[in-house]
Ligand binder design. Structure first.
Ligand code: SF4
Ligand code: F3S
Length: 106
């Protein structure tokens, strides 16, 4: 499965949503997640993210392992998103900032 990680927070470009063939993205206020049971591992979304926030679970950097659980948990409670929307207004400013998990809104 593929996993959305920290750099999506406060950016939420949503280019990923546009290419997903099974519509398995779920949307929170300032972050997106992938439903691990619905993702078919097509890998199309990974290169589309302008923030490089999407990884294959197998290639997740060690400091982002916690995002596996977070994607699974939030995909159960957030609504599905199947079409691209505008990024958050400050996306460019937040892209690449570190330590963004504390800003995650649920
Ligand atoms: Fe969707 Fe494919 Fe990305 Fe999985 S890997 S979230 S199926 S686009
Ligand atoms: Fe987030 Fe990248 Fe998608 S910033 S919304 S994972 S395109």
């Amino acid at each position: 499965t593929f996993v959305v990680t920290e750099n999506c927070i406060r950016c939420k470009y949503t280019d990923c949503v546009e290419v997903c063939p099974v519509d398995c993205f779920y949307e929170g206020p300032n972050f997106l997640v992938i439903h691990p049971d619905e993702c078919i591992d097509c890998a199309l979304c990974e290169p589309e993210c302008p923030a490089d926030a999407i990884y294959s679970e197998d290639e997740l950097p060690a400091n982002m392992k916690n995002y596996i659980e977070l994607n699974a948990e939030l995909a159960e409670v957030w609504p599905n998103i199947s079409e691209q929307v505008d990024p958050l207004p400050d996306a460019a400013e937040w892209d690449g900032k570190t330590d963004k998990l504390k800003y995650l809104e649920r």
